[in-house]
Design a protein around this ligand. Structure first.
Ligand SMILES: [Zn+2]
Length: 387
C-alpha cells in the first residue's frame, strides 16, 4: 500500500486523525476534517517515536497496523484467545507487560492474545481465586488494577532466554542462524548512482549475507537466508520473522545499509527489540552490543551505538534478533569502504565474532576484536571449542 502522507485528504486521513485524537496526540475536531496537515504530521511523528517505529511522518503499512492496534485501551473490551484470528492491540500488550512484570510466562509482549497469554491469564486467575478461564474480562481487569504496579518481579522470559543460551554451551556447531538481507525484489532500498552503474542497498546486503553464510557455515553453523540475490518480490518484515520462527532459529541477523539526504551522515548502528516502557530483550540487547562493538573495532566505522526498537522484525522474532545498519551508502566515506570486498569481509568477521561471544559465558568473554574468525574452522575440526 502507498503510504498516506502530508498533503493527502480523505476518509483514511480522517480515521488516522480520530485515532491520534484518542491518544491525546491531536485535539479532537469535528467530523469532516480529513486533511493530512502539519499538525497531523507532527502527531504521526510523535506516535511513531513513542512506538519505536521509524519516524518519517507518513502512515505506511507498519504504522497503520500500530495505529489500528492503538485504538484499544486496556479494559475497554474483553480479551480472550480467539481462534483462528487472535485478538491484537495495545490493550493486549499492556496486559502482557503487566503479567511479565509479575513473573507470568506470556513469552514476548507481542500484542497478540495467543495460547500462551491465555494460559498465563488462567494461572493469574487461579492464584487470585478467580475462575481460571484464560479470558480477561471485568473481574480480571479489576484484580490487575487492584494490584497496581506494586508487584514487580524479574523479566522472566528474558532470563529464560539467557538460561537457554548458557545451557547450550559455548559451541557454535549445530546452531541455526537466520540471516536476513534487507529489501530485495521491487525494493532496492537505498540507491546511489556511480557513473553509469548504481549501488543498491539490496545488492550490497545480499553480498554481505552470502559472505556471512560462508563464514558461519565454516564454523559448523546451520545457516538460512531469508531471500536470494534477486527475488521477484520483496518479503514483508513480518514474513521474515515468521520464517525465522518456523526454522526454530537460535539467532536472527538482519543486514541493512543506511541512507540520508545529508552526505555527512555516516557510521554503523545496531537495533534490538525494546519499547519505551523499558521492556527489552536482554539477549537481543547483548547481541546488539557485541555486534556493534566488534564492527566498530574491526572496521573503524563511526559508532552510532545500539538502540531499542519495536519494529515487527524484532518484535515478532522469538530468538535474539538484531538489525545492523552497516554504514551510509550516501556517505562518500562509507561508500568508499562498502564497495571494497575486503572491508565487507571485515564486517562479516566482526559479526561472526559477536555471535561466538554471545555463547561464551560472561566470565569467559574475550576482548573485542580478539577472536580470530579463521581459527573457528580448525577448532570445529578438532572438536573443541574456542576459549
Ligand atoms: Zn534498509
Amino acid at each position: 500500500m502507498r503510504p498516506i502522507r502530508p498533503g493527502d485528504r480523505g476518509p483514511a486521513v480522517a480515521e488516522i486523525r480520530t485515532v491520534l485524537a484518542g491518544l491525546d496526540l491531536l485535539p479532537a475536531d469535528g467530523p469532516g476534517h480529513d486533511d493530512y496537515d502539519t499538525a497531523t504530521e507532527r502527531a504521526v511523528r510523535a506516535f511513531q517515536q513513542s512506538r519505536g517505529l521509524s519516524v518519517d511522518g507518513r502512515v505506511g503499512a507498519e504504522t497503520w497496523r500500530a495505529l489500528d492496534a492503538a485504538r484499544w485501551r486496556f479494559g475497554a473490551r474483553a480479551l480472550y484467545h480467539a481462534v483462528p484470528e487472535p485478538l491484537t492491540g495495545e490493550d493486549v500488550r499492556s496486559l502482557q507487560e503487566r503479567l511479565l512484570e509479575m513473573g507470568y510466562d506470556v513469552g514476548r509482549a507481542d500484542a497478540i492474545y495467543g495460547i500462551r497469554t491465555s494460559r498465563a491469564v488462567a494461572q493469574f486467575q487461579r492464584e487470585m481465586g478467580l475462575k481460571p478461564d484464560g479470558s480477561c474480562g471485568p473481574h480480571t481487569v479489576n484484580a490487575l488494577r487492584r494490584l497496581g504496579r506494586k508487584v514487580v518481579g524479574g523479566r522472566p522470559q528474558w532470563l529464560r532466554e539467557s538460561d537457554a543460551i548458557r545451557q547450550a554451551g559455548p559451541t557454535l556447531v549445530g546452531r541455526t542462524v537466520v540471516i536476513d538481507p534487507g529489501h530485495g525484489g521491487t525494493d532496492p532500498g537505498v540507491v546511489v548512482p556511480d557513473g553509469t552503474l548504481r549501488w543498491t542497498e539490496a545488492d550490497l546486503v545480499h553480498d554481505l549475507a552470502s559472505r556471512l553464510e560462508g563464514r558461519l557455515a565454516a564454523a559448523g553453523v546451520r545457516v538460512q537466508l531469508t531471500r536470494g540475490p534477486s527475488p521477484a518480490t520483496c518479503l514483508p518484515d513480518a514474513d521474515r520473522a515468521q520464517l525465522a520462527n518456523s526454522l526454530g532459529a537460535d539467532v536472527f541477523i538482519s543486514l541493512h545499509v543506511d541512507g540520508h539526504a545529508n552526505p555527512e551522515a555516516d557510521g554503523v548502528a545496531t537495533y534490538h527489540y525494546g519499547t519505551d516502557n523499558g521492556v527489552t530483550s536482554a539477549t537481543g540487547e547483548r547481541l546488539a552490543g557485541l555486534v556493534q562493538r566488534e564492527i566498530v573495532a574491526r572496521t573503524g566505522l563511526r559508532d552510532c551505538r545500539t538502540h531499542a526498537k519495536a519494529w515487527e522484525l524484532l518484535r515478532l522474532t522469538r530468538m535474539p534478533a538484531v538489525r545492523v545498519e552497516v554504514g551510509y551508502l550516501t556517505s562518500p566515506d562509507d561508500l568508499g569502504r562498502l564497495v571494497d570486498p575486503r572491508f565487507r569481509d571485515r564486517v562479516v568477521e566482526a559479526i561472526v565474532a559477536a555471535v561466538q561471544r554471545m555463547y561464551l559465558p560472561i566470565e569467559r568473554d574475550v576482548p573485542t576484536g580478539s577472536i580470530d574468525v579463521s581459527e573457528l574452522r580448525a577448532i570445529v575440526a578438532a572438536g573443541t571449542v574456542v576459549d
